[in-house]
Ligand binder design. Structure first.
Ligand code: PMP
Length: 294
């Protein structure tokens, strides 16, 4: 089956619109699982407005460039198309996933002349983690695999290939009864979770790993800004796992995870406290669509 031929991938609800032309086809999500040439983006709409849509579209374009291809649509066109898909699917609170991938004109390693495709899917996805577990604080395992050295792979691209180790790690954690896993990086330093960034609190200050070999999440950036607005100091630095016993609170951030407290990571324990709760509330307020300026 050729994954880029519209209409030949069947069996999924029609919730995808392909660009250009706004024609509905089957889904574009399946080929993304088969091919590791695509990059995927996760965004959320609240009340019909995609939170930081333009920042996500810019990241999509940047990630494609890191994978050596150019998406043939502008950021403004991608923003407009995402909005159009949401409207056509009549969804207000939804997950939005654009995927870009190389076609199959050339089937070898070289893909210089392959057409670049972009599809956008949206679906309702209320809470990434079980809401009860979320409030109590998640239990995280320590992942077997590490975030790779940026000298071996474009680690900052949101590329499907980089998610192999995330999926394996999440599966292993879930089989052991954990909600997710924290990953170390190639140097053995604390990195992030399988689909979210991680932040810790010690003596009223936030400490979070410098995103030098993993995604500097848009939620992470938003939460850092929210914390600083409240006068909470945020320190980005290298964090060794030995330090985890010194932190009192821990939470993760991501478009799907939003701001979610963590209660355990392997043998380390944390107590969701006032700063985490404050930032959960601030983030919930921040993502609400703003009334259009008069
Ligand atoms: N790291 C990884 C591996 C992710 O998949 C995600 C989710 N997209 C994040 C971090 C958080 O990024 P964002 O806040 O932009 O969703």
């Amino acid at each position: 089956m050729l994954p880029d031929r519209p209409g030949r991938i069947a069996g999924e609800p029609a919730r995808t619109i392909w660009l250009p032309g706004g024609k509905r086809h089957g889904t574009a999500l399946r080929p993304t699982r088969r091919l590791h040439l695509v990059r995927r983006q996760g965004e959320r709409a609240y009340g019909g407005a995609i939170f930081r849509s333009t920042a996500h579209s810019e990241r999509l374009k940047r990630s494609a460039e890191l994978l050596d291809f150019e998406i043939p649509y502008s950021v403004a066109e991608i923003d407009a198309a995402k909005h159009q898909v949401l409207e056509r699917n009549a969804q207000k609170d939804a997950y939005v996933r654009p995927v870009a991938w190389r076609g199959s004109e050339m089937m070898g390693v070289s893909a210089q002349h392959n057409k670049i495709h972009l599809a956008i899917a949206t679906w309702e996805w209320p809470s990434y983690f079980d809401p009860v577990q979320r409030l109590k604080g998640l239990r995280l395992d320590l992942a077997q695999y590490r975030r790779p050295d940026p000298a071996t792979i474009p680690a900052k691209a949101k590329a499907a290939g980089l998610y192999m180790i995330c999926t394996i790690s999440k599966h292993q954690a879930e089989r052991k009864g954990y909600a997710d896993a924290m990953m170390l990086d190639w140097r053995g330093l604390v990195a992030e979770c399988t689909g979210a960034n991680i932040l810790f609190i010690q003596d009223g200050r936030i400490h979070t790993p410098t995103p030098d070999c993993f995604l500097d999440g848009i939620t992470r950036q938003t939460v850092i800004e929210l914390a600083r607005r409240r006068g909470i100091e945020v320190i980005e630095r290298k964090i060794s796992p030995d330090e985890l016993s010194k932190f009192s609170e821990c939470f993760i951030t991501g478009t799907a995870a939003e701001v979610t407290p963590v209660a355990e990571i392997a043998d380390w324990r944390f107590k969701p406290g006032s700063i985490t709760k404050q930032l959960m509330e601030d983030y919930t307020a921040e993502v609400q669509p703003r009334a259009a300026a008069a």
